[in-house]
Design a protein around this ligand. Structure first.
Ligand code: ATP
Ligand code: MG
Length: 350
């Protein structure tokens, strides 16, 4: 069982708060991503779970057992936590072939040579590297080395696996296929995974839940669909997906777009005063004949499967993405009309 709980976890380095009040209950077998900009505390949180750092405050439990409790002075050494790990720079040992690399964690556990080979080959089959067993790392591609690191992290059968940007050194195509491989392995072995990334599409496709972080603080924890359609605040809306923010003012049960007296939206959050309307580019439709607001076509980018438009509405450039649109439908300088759908609203952030 690898239920993981973080309870009021803080980590301070001098006067830098790298992690501030992190709370989460991760269920056994769950795939959780930590997502956020560089320096927001993702690696630090992972290192706290692994036992490479001590929390300044708070409690960490795995399977109901306290492995770290700052107040009581409880701290279990990393090698006793039964956790598998793959780090940002996936160090595979250059002087060992694939079998020896993957089998190393079993060797230090004094597992017999025969059993070791059997378990290593099973792992290599899982990561599609069986034919590469005898090779040395310098005879492997980056993606193959990455999979060696993954097999090595899995061979001791951890119930909890921590992955810190394990695909960061791979090209776009390989990254995508590795995503599916990692998800498939996780499902097959039923392990709990904490996956650190700053790539939102990785987090969206792989996770049961995503933790969005910023400046050491958890901004939102939710399923990918929730995070995308109901972001908790402006930071989350901005970080996940593309979005237009339009200045507005909330009054009573409506939010009025600044500078457009007649354009207003419902105010379900009962905001008051300065606010922003947020609308994703794919939730705006363009027409030549009429809509909520009038604008001027400013620029168009042909994307193959879509056209990415910039439309000037008063002083603001609004981004609109239309799937399957034909590039030549509009020309620059033409008057167009926009309709907004799935409009979100937030209190204005400084
Ligand atoms: N040992 C340390 N001493 C002092 N400050 C540290 C230490 N480790 C991390 N920090 C600081 O804590 C903050 C969080 O760092 P962390 O490595 O967790 O970020 P991250 O989210 O993993 O970023 P990235 O996406 O760039 O890997 C940063 O401001 C960093 O400079
Ligand atoms: Mg990091």
């Amino acid at each position: 069982m690898a239920e993981l709980k973080l309870h009021h976890i803080y980590k301070r380095f001098g006067n830098v708060t790298a992690v501030g009040d992190f709370n989460i209950d991760v269920a056994d077998g769950e795939f959780i991503s930590f997502l956020g900009p560089s320096g927001c505390g993702k690696t630090t949180t992972l290192r706290l779970i692994a036992g490479f750092e001590k929390p300044t405050e708070g409690i960490i439990t795995i399977g109901g057992t306290e492995i770290s409790n700052a107040e009581k002075g409880v701290f279990l050494a990393p090698e006793k936590r039964g956790i598998g790990m793959v780090f940002q720079s996936y160090a595979v040992w250059p002087h060992m072939n694939v079998v020896d690399n993957v089998g190393y964690p079993l060797k230090i556990q004094n597992v017999s040579k025969e059993e070791r080979l059997q378990r290593v080959m099973k792992m290599l089959e899982l990561v599609h590297l069986k034919e590469y067993a005898e090779r040395f790392p310098n005879q492997l591609s980056g993606g193959q080395q990455q999979r060696v690191a993954l097999a090595r992290a899995l061979v001791a059968q951890p119930s909890l696996l921590l992955l810190d940007e394990p695909l960061s050194n791979l090209d776009a195509k390989l990254r995508e296929s590795m995503r599916f491989e990692i998800s498939a392995i996780q499902k097959e072995l039923g392990i709990t995974v904490i996956y650190v990334t700053h790539d939102q599409s990785e987090a969206m496709t792989m996770s049961d839940r995503i933790v969005v972080m910023s400046m050491g603080k958890v901004q939102q924890i939710g399923r990918p669909y929730e995070i995308y359609t109901q972001p908790a605040n402006q930071m989350v809306a901005d970080f996940i997906g593309l979005v237009n923010f339009i200045p507005a003012t909330a009054k009573g049960d409506r939010i009025f777009v600044n500078g457009h007296e007649t354009l207003s939206f419902p105010n379900p959050k009962k905001l008051a005063g300065d606010a922003v309307i947020a609308v994703r580019p794919e939730n705006i439709t363009i027409s030549k004949t009429g809509g909520m607001v009038e604008g001027v076509m400013n620029h168009r980018f042909y994307m193959g499967d879509s056209v990415d438009y910039r439309v000037k509405v008063k002083d603001q450039i609004i981004r609109v993405i239309q799937k399957g649109a034909v590039y030549g439908t509009y020309h620059d300088g033409e008057t167009v009309y926009l309709d907004f759908d799935n409009v979100m609203s937030f209190a204005k952030e400084e």
